[in-house]
Design a protein around this ligand. Structure first.
Ligand code: HEC
Ligand code: HEC
Ligand code: HEC
Ligand code: HEC
Ligand code: HEC
Ligand code: HEC
Ligand code: HEC
Ligand code: HEC
Ligand code: HEC
Ligand code: HEC
Ligand code: HEC
Length: 347
């Protein structure tokens, strides 16, 4: 090879390298401006709204890439496909965006968000909701793009989102119970006593289907507030309901009270094709019942791992149980694959 290190060669190489590095830098910077992003037809309304927003000084990529130089570059590589998609029209419409909390929190850090802030008549404390994993998008999806955000995914801070926790029942990991005293959050006395939802015409009958049931106890604190209309059945059903509802039905002697909301013929059968609790002779009896009803019925309550707890001991020899189980289509969480037979795919 005819290469030799000379001073001139080194200088030339250094100059070349500098040109390349600066070139890439300029290219990255140039393709990071709102003007560049606005070249994409589909981005125009987004950019127009952005210019009017509180974030008009924030670079697009501050929100639209994960923090860190590596993610900045992957975002660039992904974005390279955009012009092609724009020409071919090969992109999803309406375009839906997704911004990670990490991106917002580059600027809105704990120092700012972990203390109560008051704004627009509302006092908010972000600490607990961030720790519980709430996405910023859940309340602030319109921050940068206002009404350019498609209607379905526009979100603003709403009381429901707060009362999911501030219902006098939720307890944070630090032990604090989130209370619903109105003036904890409302700094102005400009709100009514009854939420807007209640004024919708179908509220008297549809409140259970359209309302978020965990928010009701924020205001309906009397023990019989709901049960007075619901035949004495507690609403929403209490936490241990799955193991307690049988007792309620047994005490009443029938399931009439359940009719108000459940189609008892269909609904109860989804689980109750098998006698509950399982009878005393269940271990010897369950093979016959499984053959009669089909193993699908078992998976209304069980996951495969429940069966494998016993049945896996007998993997060799092809017992009939495994043929039965093998044919089952179930959508419960996948069980950890036994080490001896690695299962791939599934999902
Ligand atoms: C303050 C953070 C923020 C900034 C800055 C920002 N965006 Fe967004 N962007 C969002 C959020 C949040 C959404 C998702 C809205 C939704 O729910 O659909 C979004 C959605 C979009 C979408 C639709 C979905 C997608 O991913 O293709 C486009 C296009 C878009 N932004 C372009 C831009 C452009 C161009 C800029 C710079 C001019 C910019 N954004 C700056 C937060 C931001
Ligand atoms: C690069 C820094 C940066 C990023 C990233 C960022 N913001 Fe901001 N945000 C700002 C600045 C600057 C303001 C204006 C502050 C002011 O006016 O006091 C602001 C203002 C706000 C406001 C108040 C808006 C108003 O009308 O006064 C909200 C809410 C907000 N940001 C939420 C978000 C959310 C949600 C995200 C992520 C989708 C985000 N921000 C990403 C810098 C950022
Ligand atoms: C459950 C709803 C909810 C979620 C989730 C949420 N916020 Fe807020 N945020 C509010 C409310 C309520 C306000 C104050 C009232 C308003 O701005 O209208 C607020 C205000 C703000 C402000 C303005 C503060 C000021 O001093 O001007 C910023 C910035 C902000 N939020 C950032 C964020 C970020 C970043 C995230 C995600 C980590 C986030 N928020 C998640 C409800 C929420
Ligand atoms: C993940 C559960 C959760 C969500 C969602 C939530 N909070 Fe809280 N919040 C708490 C807990 C727990 C406390 C501490 C106990 C208390 O003060 O009630 C608290 C405290 C507060 C405080 C008192 C802070 C102080 O130090 O004085 C305010 C104000 C507040 N939240 C407002 C809001 C608003 C407004 C929303 C909706 C935008 C909201 N919270 C959503 C759990 C939550
Ligand atoms: C944990 C915080 C929090 C508590 C506690 C709270 N609110 Fe709210 N409330 C909000 C937020 C956030 C909004 C939305 C503000 C907006 O629309 O600008 C709101 C909006 C409202 C509205 C108008 C919008 C709607 O959904 O109907 C009414 C009415 C209201 N609150 C009544 C009450 C009453 C009455 C209490 C006390 C029993 C109460 N709030 C307690 C946070 C709270
Ligand atoms: C004034 C009487 C009344 C009160 C009080 C009442 N409900 Fe209802 N509720 C009804 C009626 C009527 C229906 C509709 C039953 C039907 O579909 O025929 C209903 C239906 C429901 C449903 C079933 C909705 C569905 O479509 O599946 C739920 C869940 C529910 N209510 C929860 C509650 C909760 C939680 C409370 C307390 C915060 C409450 N209800 C208070 C009268 C009431
Ligand atoms: C911010 C407070 C607040 C929240 C949250 C709230 N309610 Fe109410 N609700 C009221 C007030 C106030 C009334 C009217 C006063 C009354 O009759 O008790 C009412 C009345 C009702 C009524 C009619 C009661 C009757 O006796 O005629 C029903 C049904 C109802 N609410 C269901 C619900 C359900 C279901 C939820 C949860 C999804 C809910 N409410 C959440 C404040 C609230
Ligand atoms: C999601 C599955 C599921 C649904 C749906 C379901 N159940 Fe149950 N049920 C169970 C389980 C599990 C048990 C056993 C609980 C225990 O013993 O810990 C049980 C036990 C019972 C019992 C007591 C045992 C017995 O047979 O006497 C009765 C009665 C009962 N359920 C009635 C009903 C009625 C009525 C409905 C419909 C309104 C219903 N169940 C819907 C899962 C369900
Ligand atoms: C006022 C309406 C209403 C009445 C009355 C009612 N339920 Fe329900 N029930 C519901 C709703 C709504 C759900 C779904 C709740 C959810 O997703 O948390 C549900 C869920 C259930 C579940 C499934 C719980 C789980 O964890 O999967 C069982 C079991 C059940 N109900 C049994 C009964 C029985 C038994 C009765 C009569 C004693 C009854 N319900 C009366 C509305 C009602
Ligand atoms: C309605 C829900 C439900 C259905 C449907 C159901 N099971 Fe169960 N099964 C349970 C519960 C709950 C337990 C735990 C009972 C206990 O701890 O006493 C259990 C326990 C078992 C046990 C362990 C018994 C023991 O003594 O250790 C076996 C075996 C079993 N089920 C097999 C089946 C088979 C096979 C089917 C289908 C034919 C089936 N189950 C359907 C809820 C159900
Ligand atoms: C507590 C241990 C245990 C659990 C859990 C268990 N089984 Fe079994 N299973 C057995 C025993 C023991 C036999 C053999 C019974 C006999 O022949 O008397 C058996 C046999 C069977 C058979 C018949 C096999 C044959 O070759 O005839 C089927 C089908 C079956 N089980 C299905 C299930 C299903 C489905 C589940 C889960 C929902 C389950 N089993 C959970 C212990 C268990």
């Amino acid at each position: 090879m005819g290469f030799r290190l000379t001073t001139r060669g080194l200088t030339a190489a250094a100059v070349l390298l500098t040109v390349v590095v600066v070139g890439i830098g300029v290219a990255l910077a140039a393709t990071s401006t709102p003007q560049f992003c606005a070249l994409c037809k589909s981005h125009v309304p987004y950019v127009e709204e952005y210019k009017k927003s509180a974030h008009s000084d924030v670079n697009c990529e501050q929100c639209h890439s994960k923090p860190g130089p590596f993610f900045f570059l992957t975002a660039k590589l992904e974005a390279l496909q955009q012009p092609i998609a724009q020409i071919t029209g090969d992109y999803e419409k309406p375009i839906l965006g997704y911004v990670l909390n990490q991106s917002c929190r580059r600027c809105h850090n704990n120092d700012l968000l972990f203390h109560p802030v008051s704004k627009n008549g509302i006092r908010v404390q972000h600490k607990h909701l961030i720790e519980a994993g709430f996405l910023c998008m859940r309340c602030h999806s319109t921050q940068a793009h206002g009404t350019a955000v498609p209607e379905g995914s526009r979100t603003y801070p709403s009381m429901d989102q707060c009362l999911i926790c501030h219902n006098n029942e939720y307890r944070a990991p630090d032990g604090q119970v989130a209370t619903s005293r109105c003036d904890l959050c409302h700094t102005l006395r400009d709100y009514g006593a009854v939420p807007a939802t209640h004024k919708e015409p179908d509220w008297p009958t549809r409140h259970g289907a359209v309302g978020i049931l965990s928010t009701c106890s924020a205001c309906h604190i009397k023990k019989d507030a709901c049960s007075k209309c619901h035949n004495g059945i507690l609403m929403p059903h209490p936490t241990a309901w799955i193991s307690k509802h049988g007792l309620t039905v047994d005490e009443r002697g029938d399931s009439k009270a359940c009719d108000q909301c459940h189609d008892t013929k269909q609904y109860c059968r989804t689980c109750h094709q098998v006698r509950m609790p399982h009878p005393a002779d269940w271990i010897p009896a369950h093979p016959v019942v499984t053959a009669q009803k089909g193993a699908e019925t078992c998976f209304n309550c069980h996951v495969l791992a429940n069966c494998q707890a016993c049945h896996e001991q007998h993997q060799s020899g092809e017992p009939r149980a495994h043929k039965l189980l093998g044919g089952v289509k179930y959508s419960l969480p996948p069980t950890p694959a036994p080490t001896s037979s690695p299962i791939s795919g599934g999902g």
